[in-house]
Write a protein that binds this ligand. Structure first.
Ligand code: FES
Length: 127
């Protein structure tokens, strides 16, 4: 039996902004956030090399993929993940660790239309 379009979509809730976004199952949470204008810091283009995209998992950790080797060293607590490495397969509520207002004011990393990141100049986020 083929999955319907509706069952391929899930809802992610981002705190503290309390934004709910609908994404396709298997999407990483950094992409989910940036495609929906939820600010999350990133300097490494989502390659698990900067540790800026830390998020706290509030609910639904069982709906995420397992923590990978490339992610482990960046996680200060077990309920935290790198948004760029956390892929969601069911509803999840997460809290962005970085101050969203500070990120919005000094946002130098943006998601381009072709889904590639463009990293800004010398005013990169100090995360
Ligand atoms: S974006 Fe750099 S570690 Fe996730």
């Amino acid at each position: 039996m083929e999955e319907s379009e509706n069952t391929k979509r899930i809802v992610i809730r981002f705190l503290p902004s309390d934004r709910e976004v609908e994404i396709e199952k298997g999407t990483d949470l950094l992409t989910a956030a940036l495609e929906n204008d939820v600010p999350i810091a990133t300097q490494c283009k989502g390659n698990a090399r900067c540790g800026c995209c830390l998020i706290e998992i509030i609910e639904g950790s069982n709906n995420l993929n397992k923590i990978g080797i490339d992610e482990r060293d960046y996680l200060p607590r077990k309920e935290m993940r790198l948004a760029c490495r956390a892929r969601a397969y069911g509803p999840v509520t997460v809290r962005c660790v970085q101050d969203p207002e500070a990120i919005t004011k000094n946002r130098s990393t943006r998601l381009r239309k072709d889904s590639e990141f463009e990293v800004g100049g010398p005013d990169l986020l100090d995360c």
